[in-house]
Structure formats: C-alpha cells, structure tokens
Design a binder for this molecule. Sequence first.
Ligand SMILES: C[C@@]1(CC(=O)O)C2=NC(=C\c3[nH]c(c(CCC(=O)O)c3CC(=O)O)Cc3[nH]c(c(CC(=O)O)c3CCC(=O)O)/C=C3\N/C(=C\2)[C@@H](CCC(=O)O)[C@]3(C)CC(=O)O)/[C@H]1CCC(=O)O
Ligand SMILES: NC(=O)c1ccc[n+]([C@@H]2O[C@H](COP(=O)([O-])OP(=O)(O)OC[C@H]3O[C@@H](n4cnc5c(N)ncnc54)[C@H](O)[C@@H]3O)[C@@H](O)[C@H]2O)c1
Length: 185
Amino acid sequence: MPYFPAFLNIENKEVVVIGGGKVAERKIEKLLLFKPRIKVIAPKITPLIESLEKEGKLSIVRRRFILKDIERAFLVIVAVNNIKLQKRVYMYCKKRNILCNAVDSPDFCTFIFPALVLRGDVVIGISTSGKVPALSRSLREYVQRVLPEDLEKIEEKLENIRSSLPKGKKRQELMVKLSKRFLNL
Ligand SMILES: C[C@@]1(CC(=O)O)C2=NC(=C\c3[nH]c(c(CCC(=O)O)c3CC(=O)O)Cc3[nH]c(c(CC(=O)O)c3CCC(=O)O)/C=C3\N/C(=C\2)[C@@H](CCC(=O)O)[C@]3(C)CC(=O)O)/[C@H]1CCC(=O)O
Ligand SMILES: NC(=O)c1ccc[n+]([C@@H]2O[C@H](COP(=O)([O-])OP(=O)(O)OC[C@H]3O[C@@H](n4cnc5c(N)ncnc54)[C@H](O)[C@@H]3O)[C@@H](O)[C@H]2O)c1
C-alpha cells in the first residue's frame, strides 16, 4: 500500500533523536535543513553530532533514553539498534499523537524519511513506502541529474510574480503558463 506524502512545517518544533550513531547523524543532517529544535539522547555520540552541538545547532543528553525525554516532543526518531525500544517508543508516541520514526522497522513508524532534493523552497521527497530505500536513493540521484540547475531562481521569480498579483482566475492561468514556460514544457 503506498503512503500518503505530507509536507510538515517543523520550524522550532521539538524533535527528539534517540541514538547518536551513523544513522542518527544522517537523519539529523536532513532535519536541520528545516530548523527544528533537536535534542539527541544517547550515551555514545559521533564526532559530527558533537560538533553540531558546539555550533549551537542541537543539544545532547549523554545517557540512555527514558520515556520522560519525549513527553513534549512533536516528532521522535529512534535510531537505536534495539527493536524492543523501537516498539516501546512507538506505542508511547501512538497514544499521544507524537510522530514517530523507527529506523529499523517500518511497522513502528508513523512517518518515514524520503530521499530528499531541496532547492530553496522547492522540496522533492521520494519514497517506496518503506519497501526499497536504496531505490529511493537512486531515484533521488536520477531526479537531481535532470532538474534545471537554476530551479531555485525559477521558483523565486515565479513566487515574486505570484505575490505581486491579486488572487483569482487570471493569476491562476498566468502562473500555470509561466511555470510551463520556465521549464520548457
Ligand atoms: C530514503 C532514505 C532517507 C533517509 O535515510 O534519510 C531512507 N533510507 C535510505 C537509505 C538506505 N537505507 C538502508 C540502505 C541499505 C540498503 C537496504 O538495506 O535496503 C540504504 C541505501 C544507502 O544507504 O545507500 C537500510 C534500511 N533502511 C530501512 C531499513 C529497515 C527496514 O527496511 O526494515 C533498513 C535495513 C537496515 C539493516 O539491514 O540493518 C528503513 C527505512 N529507510 C528509509 C529511508 C525509510 C523508507 C524509505 C522509502 O520509502 O524508500 C525507512 C522505512 C525508515 C526511515 O529510515 O525513515 C535513505 C536514502 C537517502 C538518499 O541517499 O537520498
Ligand atoms: N533507516 C535507515 O535508513 C537505516 C539504514 C541503515 C541502518 N539502519 C539501522 O539503524 C540502526 C542504528 O544504526 P547505527 O549505525 O546508527 O548504529 P550505531 O551503533 O552507530 O549507533 C547506535 C546509537 O544508539 C545509542 N544507544 C544505544 N542504546 C541506547 C539507549 N537505550 N538510549 C539511547 N541511546 C542508545 C548508542 O549510544 C549509539 O549512539 C541499526 O539498527 C541499523 O540496522 C537504518
């Protein structure tokens, strides 16, 4: 069954990452692009996550996880090689409507990470609904190859035109026409 893609605004929202290893690192690098407040809970932390803390980009709690760590979270990532813990966190989050991603078990995720292409405010997220992550990665590389180099500029130009015009049918038609023209369609 394919998953519904939704784009969330997580600016300033509390994100808790349980685990501080290689996979946590990859998820954190991605999340930071969207400016949430990130708290990492783990006894062992990679040098890159340590350096992000020094730069003031996240905070670290250097110990094992306890449930209290996530009681105010908007979103939780369990990047620990421990299925029991992943299940426990998922069950807790599910009861409280906290978004949960368990890196080892799609069954214990309420959302999954897409392969991501970001150009300014243009976001392209690719997923196989949890089935073949390596294919999402390859599709991301494929899409990156065919996208126009100046996509960010194109979006900015169109955004400026759009925001300078009153809402309505005339603007709708113009925006559709210009978007096609900018992409040579
Ligand atoms: C897209 C991407 C985004 C990101 O990570 O940010 C992402 N995985 C990526 C790469 C990747 N992950 C894995 C490999 C090795 C090949 C392989 O094992 O197949 C590679 C390839 C590589 O590393 O090149 C291993 C792996 N991944 C998961 C499991 C558990 C399982 O399947 O049960 C295992 C087995 C672990 C083990 O065997 O121990 C689970 C998930 N990985 C997801 C996302 C979610 C589903 C995405 C979708 O719907 O497609 C989901 C469900 C949960 C989640 O993580 O959100 C990122 C590419 C980023 C990019 O390059 O752009
Ligand atoms: N979803 C994906 O894309 C993907 C890709 C590859 C691997 N994985 C899986 O991700 C998991 C993590 O991999 P990794 O390479 O980052 O592992 P790792 O061993 O490098 O890191 C594990 C981290 O968890 C911490 N930890 C352990 N027990 C903890 C506890 N009770 N509370 C808090 N922190 C705790 C450790 O201190 C460490 O920081 C593995 O199970 C792996 O199979 C997922």
